[in-house]
Ligand binder design. Structure first.
Ligand code: AKB
Length: 314
């Protein structure tokens, strides 16, 4: 780790960005948060914030030059459910945004790039249990298609341009600090807020829909561990499978009931059900474990306990 690095976090006010920015600021003294959105108090008060639209190439290049950026975490993206409502926007943000960041890294000498992929790169023809690192990938959401193409671009820039690009395929991420941002797995966050507020939740996925999930502290720690691993240990330059917990809405509700005994749930599946059914139920992350030592810490009950202690009813 070189604490003299100057890091740019693009999408610093999103679900991952707001927590990752704070975690990076504990390690590095120069972490610049950038987003189109207004920052929350923590991000705004703990360091430099700049407004940046990743689709605006001159402004992206000027930022990288002005602050002598040496590492970028490029997190800005349109997620699965929002992407299905606006495919054009999802393709533009997810694909053009990534390509501009990749080019900025090469042309302006940025040494290292982190870019998140997702379990949405898999599709209905992928084996759904213990989905391997390398397998059939025919995603059928625009989000999944853009992320799969993004993985190929990242690998290409590593192979052909020598860019030190690193990535993980996040499962559904759960946190109490920032709400979800238009994903299919957002139910697993909303359920805790509604449990605290109303003791009841109407779930937009069916009760037996099993999906891979992860508590945010594991995701943040894993991301930083991957970025700090020696380059020779990072053998996959498209994106690594990482996994923590797989559960259904019914199992998550049962976990909440252990703490809030009066909690109840009902189900009203909508268009997101089809998206969820096209994704894996569980992920084989043995390659990430072997290459750079990935290991999750939280299980479902551990996460539920922590979420319910920290969620504040809106
Ligand atoms: C989504 O649901 O779109 C995301 C994801 C799994 O990448 N949380």
């Amino acid at each position: 780790m070189n604490t003299a690095d100057t890091i740019l976090v693009i999408g610093a006010c999103g679900q991952i960005g707001s927590e990752l920015t704070m975690a990076l600021r504990k390690i590095y003294s120069n972490v610049i948060a950038a987003d189109l959105k207004e920052p929350g108090n923590e991000v705004r008060d703990s360091g430099l914030f700049i407004r940046l639209d990743v689709l605006n190439k001159p402004s992206l290049y000027e930022t990288v030059k002005k602050y002598n950026i040496t590492q970028i975490y490029h997190l800005a993206a349109i997620l699965s459910a929002t992407g299905e409502k606006n495919p054009e926007l999802a393709w533009r943000v997810n694909m053009k945004g990534l390509r501009q960041v990749l080019d900025a890294c090469i042309e302006l000498g940025v040494k290292k790039l982190f870019w998140p992929s997702t379990i949405a790169v898999f599709g209905p023809t992928t084996p759904r249990q213990n989905t391997p690192q390398w397998t059939v990938m025919e995603p059928n959401t625009i989000y999944g298609i853009s992320k799969q193409a993004g993985e190929r671009w990242c690998d290409y820039y590593f192979q052909k341009r020598n860019l030190d690009v690193r990535s993980v395929r996040y499962p559904g991420l759960i946190s109490y600090k920032t709400p979800g941002g238009g994903g299919t797995t957002d139910y697993a966050i909303d359920i805790y807020f509604e449990a605290k507020k109303n003791n009841h939740y109407t779930c937009f996925l069916a009760e037996h829909t099993r999906l891979p999930m992860m508590y945010m502290p594991d995701a943040i720690r894993g991301t930083i561990e991957l970025m700090e691993a020696p380059a020779e240990k990072v053998k996959v330059r498209s994106s690594y499978n990482i996994s923590a917990i797989s559960f259904t809405p019914e199992e998550q509700a049962a976990s909440i009931k252990k703490v809030l005994t009066d909690f109840s749930i009902d189900y009203a599946p909508d268009f997101r059900q089809k998206i969820a059914e096209s994704w894996p139920e569980s992920i084989d992350d043995s390659v990430a474990r072997a290459d750079w030592g990935w290991k999750p810490e939280y299980d479902l009950d551990g996460m539920t306990k922590d979420m319910l202690e920290n969620v504040t009813a809106p």
